[in-house]
Design a protein around this ligand. Structure first.
Ligand code: NAD
Ligand code: FE2
Length: 381
């Protein structure tokens, strides 16, 4: 099967190897004449980024680049990006990268025309209606990892550089107008990033599938997303040049992000504080937390995972599924404890105080409290 497609939900997606060449067309479709390409420092130097800038230049789109992004991007990165955007007279953003480049690109397009501070648009209630929607610049998204699915998401994650708290910033108009999913861009990902980002996609599917809210569309997408990860992540990890596996993982990433409109849960609630305090990689942190969270939620999710296991070809129902998750982590070189990622148990009280504030708590099938979050952290350390 040739893995090529032009899709229209959840937004316009041009999917297929080599399609980065269509970037000028995608910009025209989004109404952008003078784009700022936003990515992270590491990616800026890589040949895929240089080649993309070349495509832009050849099409008369200039070669505007902003790449001052930290691993867990913060408000200082955003302020510098907005300044670069305004000073350069740009009229739209190409958000290019993993979750870091994508999230920052989306936020620059969002915030360049606003007068209120970014924290006013946290994903709580209808805070987003405070924004001037007309002033949001158009966005073309180009993922280079297969994990966060931020290319089809309406939120960005931003760390407060003073409090070290990760906040989710939401506006429906930061859903990119056009996405180019070119699996060739993901071929150079190092093994550890392939594993960590792929397991972030998996965590999105698992948590959406576990969430008790009624949303059958998300349920179906999450289930098929889990199947794609199970089948193709080990292949992409074993052989980074396996373009079919890379393509299927790009789809799984978008499916995870689409599915988690139904809700996330304790994995993300635990992971966000660890990421912002200890600067760990998001997807890798999720993967470490997943076995303990599945165990903690067991009684509320057993029946639905019995069904998922049957679909995924895993014997032993829910227990079979949890055993599969641990063996997948082991196979992909994920440590068994957060301590191995650099987190320290002395800070559990503080981490639990941060976790209980995380909006992801709302989607967990068992109600989360400070006490059970502390217990979960102890199990994960
Ligand atoms: N918006 C959302 O819905 C959402 C969801 C989950 C996570 N996130 C956020 O996304 C961020 C994590 O994103 P990520 O996991 O994609 O990692 P990342 O964007 O931080 O990238 C990780 C590393 O991989 C490198 N890299 C990326 N693509 C590469 C490629 N093709 N070849 C070689 N190296 C490459 C980057 O330079 C970087 O050093 C976190 O900030 C997290 O909070 C957002
Ligand atoms: Fe995530």
């Amino acid at each position: 099967m040739t893995l090529i497609g032009n899709w229209s939900y959840p937004t316009a997606i041009r999917f297929g190897a080599g399609r980065i060449e269509e970037l000028p067309d995608a910009c025209a479709q989004a109404g952008i004449q003078r784009p700022l390409l936003v990515t992270d420092r590491g990616l800026a130097e890589l040949p895929i980024t240089q080649a993309t800038l070349e495509v832009m230049k050849n099409a008369g789109l200039g070669s505007g680049l902003f790449a001052d992004v930290d691993l867990n991007l913060n408000d200082k990165n955003l302020a510098a990006g907005i300044e670069a955007y305004r000073a350069g007279g740009y009229d739209g953003v190409i958000a290019f990268g993993g979750g870091s480049g994508l999230d920052l690109g989306k936020l620059i397009a969002f915030m360049a025309g606003q007068t209120r501070p970014v924290w006013d648009f946290e994903d709580i209630g209808d805070c987003w209606t405070r924004a001037d929607a007309e002033a949001i610049a158009p966005i073309v998204a180009v993922p280079t990892t297969a994990g966060t699915g931020s290319e089809v998401g309406r939120a960005s994650v931003l760390t407060n550089s003073l409090s070290h708290v990760k906040k989710i910033i939401f506006h429906p108009k930061i859903l990119p107008s056009v996405v180019i999913c070119d699996p060739e861009l993901t071929i150079g990902m190092p093994k550890s990033i392939t594993a960590g980002t792929g397991l972030d996609a998996f965590a999105h599917c698992v948590e959406a599938f576990s969430s008790p809210h009624y949303h059958p569309m998300s349920q179906g997408i999450a289930l098929e997303g889990m199947r794609l990860v199970k089948e193709y992540l080990p292949r992409a990890y074993a052989n980074g040049n396996d373009i079919e596996a890379r393509a299927q993982m790009m789809s799984a990433a978008m499916m995870g992000a689409t599915a988690f409109q139904k809700g996330l849960g304790a994995i993300h609630a635990l992971s966000h504080p660890v990421g912002s305090v200890f600067n760990t990689h998001h997807g890798t942190t999720n993967a470490v937390c997943m076995p303990a969270v599945l165990d903690f939620n067991a009684e509320m999710i057993r029946t639905r995972f019995d069904m998922a296991a049957a679909y995924l070809g895993i014997e032993g129902g829910f227990e079979g599924f949890t055993a599969f998750v641990q063996s997948l982590n082991d196979q992909l070189g994920i440590p068994r404890t957060l301590s191995e990622l650099g987190a320290t148990p002395e800070r559990i009280d503080e981490l639990a105080e941060m976790a209980i504030q995380d909006p992801s708590c709302g989607g967990n099938p068992v109600t989360l409290t400070i006490d059970n979050l502390k217990e979960l952290y102890r199990r994960c350390m």
